[in-house]
Design a protein around this ligand. Structure first.
Ligand code: ATP
Ligand code: MG
Length: 300
């Protein structure tokens, strides 16, 4: 009887041990399954992100290809149009010299101004399609912006509007192409002036970003703002809402110039309240220097 009890007791002990082992094994398998599930989710997520990036990259590539084709077309067209246009212009200028009649003079002057407008559009187009090599120098942004504003101050389109330059004088000098940068600022200030009514304010400010060797320049206006559906297109070449008055190249050329400096340009806008364009530019521009013509230490 005792022997039987002891055997049963041993069996029960073994069974309990087996059961515990089986439970532990089950827990371990469950844990492994959870880990495998987590890994699967992580990989699915990564794959989705990769697919997103791939789609973005492909659409960017398509965009670059579109612009590259457009740039080639633009250069060809500009060349074909510019030569006869220069001939027409010099002929008109000769005619203007000989014209005695006031009405005739006015008509010729109108033709000349139209031809000059075509020529300046072509110039913009060529600049967009083939920006010249960068000519770098050390630039004081405060001075550059002061000079640009001084040039614009007396333009009729800025009459009755407040212009504010709060760029600190002690901002570090940046290495950039002064001519390109001043063209970018001019484009942004003209856009701001065109969008702002009398009594409006246009301000320009700049600061050094913390932790990175970059500078941010902001051109803000209290103008009409840009509707979101238009905002998505403002950097496209020839996109304009100023029919007959704008070429739609201002922002696309500005973007090309800023990118050639390894910088970024961004537009934020609130409809009926105003627009801010932000430029982010490297201070030293080490990478660009290698491919650029460097002028001696000129401080603009
Ligand atoms: N500050 C701004 N406020 C409101 N709209 C703006 C502003 N800046 C740009 N835009 C919008 O973006 C469009 C494109 O600007 P962009 O400077 O490229 O061309 P444009 O000013 O129309 O012509 P261009 O500069 O060649 O004379 C403008 O037509 C306008 O609709
Ligand atoms: Mg413009």
């Amino acid at each position: 009887m005792f022997v039987l009890w002891s055997v049963r007791n041993k069996d029960a002990g073994r069974l309990a041990r087996d059961l515990n082992q089986a439970r532990a094994l089950l827990e371990q398998r469950e844990h492994e399954r959870d880990l495998a599930q987590e890994e699967l989710f992580r990989r699915l997520y990564e794959e989705r992100e990769l697919n997103k990036e791939k789609a973005q990259f492909q659409s960017q590539l398509a965009e670059y290809e579109k612009y590259a084709a457009l740039a080639q077309l633009a250069l060809g067209a500009a060349h074909e149009i510019n030569n006869p246009l220069l001939g027409i212009l010099s002929h008109l200028e000769l005619e203007l010299k000989d014209a005695a009649d006031l009405e005739e003079r006015q008509e010729i002057e109108q033709c000349i101004s139209g031809a000059k407008r075509i020529s300046s559009t072509l110039h913009g187009l060529v600049n967009y399609a083939r920006p010249g090599p960068l000519v770098l120098s050390k630039i004081s942004l405060h001075r550059l912006i002061e000079d640009t504003l001084a040039f614009l101050e007396h333009q009729p389109m800025l009459r009755g509007k407040q212009l504010e330059n709060t760029v600190p004088r002690d901002l570090p000098h940046i290495r950039a192409d002064a001519n390109q940068l001043s063209q970018v600022l001019m484009n942004l200030l003209l856009n701001a002036a065109e969008a702002t009514g009398e009594g409006g304010r246009i301000s320009i400010t700049a600061s050094k970003l913390t932790f990175v060797d970059m500078i941010e320049i902001r051109v803000s206006d209290t103008g009409c703002g840009i509707p979101p559906d238009i905002l998505a297109h403002v950097f496209e070449p020839f996109f304009t809402t100023k029919r007959g008055r704008g070429t739609g190249l201002g922002l696309s050329i500005s973007q090309a110039y800023v990118r050639s400096h390894n910088g970024e340009i961004r537009v934020d806008s609130v409809l009926h309240h105003g627009t801010t364009v932000t430029l982010t530019l490297p201070i030293r521009n080490e990478e660009v220097i290698e491919n650029a013509k460097e002028e001696s230490e000129i401080v603009v």
